[in-house]
Every structure is written in structure tokens, then in C-alpha cells.
Ligand binder design. Sequence first.
Ligand code: SAH
Length: 296
Amino acid sequence: MTAHNRRRTAEGPEIPWRGPAREGKAAQNLMGLNSLPAYDFHSPRVFVAGALAAGTETALGSASGHYLRNVLRLREGAEVLAFNGKDGEWLAVLSGTSKRSTLTMQKQTRPQTEARDLHYLFAPLKHERLDYMVQKAIEMGASRLQPVLTRHTQVKRVNVERMRANAIEAAEQCGVLNVADISEPMTLARAIAARKPDRLLVFCDEEAEVNNPIEALADARPSPTAMLPLTMSSPNELQSIAVLVGPEGGFAEDERAALMKLPNTVRLSLGPRILRADTAAVAALALVQAMLGDWR
Ligand code: SAH
């Protein structure tokens, strides 16, 4: 199954705690039940390429058109939400034929938010596990996905387009407004050489001494501005961060040594058990978001 063969069911995106999506309720559902930014969980949501503004008409790509028309069986006049990663989220009305569907923007439902500068660097995995890892990284708020080829990485070729499709699908399903950059693979040596030292590196190392990850990450918060070179972020600014997770074969000793020499790096243990790389992705991003990002 390709990423374009949406895994969503005819009832729409399955939101476990709220039940299946309903059609055409976009307008009524916009004011959520709680004080979090109003977010409509029920309306179908699609990524579109063009600019979005009131009255703009956007032709849908074939995958989105197929999903709305043939999977969800939406008719002309159905309301959907559209976003492009730049102009916020819009309530839109569907028109056209099933082969050539168009969305007309009605009104903005959420303004664009700024993406957190959180890079996720990872040794690529095979097929479905890579799909899963990409989706989870997007759900966890990564702003850039960078495949990194390490000594023990078994996958040498990465389908970047498939990664992009998975990233967009995850953003569509999970109300994410920012569309992450998906980068071409690079070797670990190049990633190390290209790294800017003011980007905190959270190096997830299966051989790190098991220590409290909360304390390790709290220590990595920027110290008072006076202590920092001008190029570094102030304590009130959100840090630029990169999280690195290795391949199923783990890091080689020389790779570990090179990573540990880098400045502004936290060598993070994710606990006493070895996690599979896709699990490590979610665990590490949750810890980093909790300590340095979303919940800070
Ligand atoms: N084959 C290796 C495990 C690699 S797990 C071994 O048996 O030792 C894949 C990647 O997930 C690791 O490179 C690391 O980045 C991350 N990871 C898994 N478990 C971890 C842990 N307990 N602490 C920190 N990172 C972990």
C-alpha cells in the first residue's frame, strides 16, 4: 500500500476518543469545547499547494480529490478544511467533478502558527516502519526530517517522495498547520560537519548511562543571555534543536565518539531498555517537547 492509498476509512479519520469523523460540520465545530485553540477534529482536512485567501479557488491534487470524493464520498458543497503550511487553515467548499475537484476558500479558521525549530535526524528504516516513524515525527511536531546514513544503517535508498506523502498525511490527520521540510539523505559525517553549534543536539544513545532524562534536558536549556555568545538564543527564545536517533544496528564506536565531542550536545538515555528506532523517535520527541518545546 502506498502512502497515497490513504489508510483512512470511509468514515474519515478515526479519532479514537471522539469517534469517526462527520461530514459538513466544519462551521459548527470550530469553537472547541475547551480553552485550547479551537480545532475542528471532525471535518476532513486536506493539504493544498496554492496560496489561500477568501474566495481563492484551488484545484485539488488527484490523491486528495480521490480521498474526498471516492473514499469519503463528499458531494459538491461539502465543507472541508484546507491548509498549505503558510496561510493558516481555511474552511473551504468542494465543487467540480470527481476527477477535477476544486476547493473555494470561505474563511480562515486558524491563523498560521510558526513552526518550532525542531529537526529530527534519523537513520532510515525499511518501508512501513519508516512510514510510521515519519508520521509520528510529524505528529510530535518535528519541523524538518533529515535521514542520516550511519555505518550500521541497512537502508541505503530512501524514497523522499513517499516520506513527503506520509508527512502531509500525518499533518492532515492531526491538525498540524506547518508542513515539515523533508530533506534528502546525507551521511552522518556530513550532518556533523554541517551542524551549527547553536542548535542543541539531543543524541539518543542506547549506550548512554541511564540517567534522569528530565534533568539532562533541563540542564540543556539556554543559560542567561549574558553568558552566551551573541549568536546563541536568549533564554526566552525557543531553542533550535536537533534530535538524533540511530539505526537498528546502533551507532558505531567512532560515530559515538565523534558525536560526543560536539559542543551543545546532550547524550540522552531513553531508559534501561533498548527501544526500536521508531519507538525511540516518539519517546525522544515527547521528552524534548516536554522539556524544551511545546509544554515549556
Ligand atoms: N542495536 C542496538 C540498538 C539500536 S536501537 C543495540 O542493540 O544496542 C536504535 C536507536 O534508537 C539507537 O541508536 C538510539 O538512537 C535509539 N535508542 C534505542 N533505545 C535507546 C535507549 N534506551 N536510550 C537512548 N537511545 C535509544
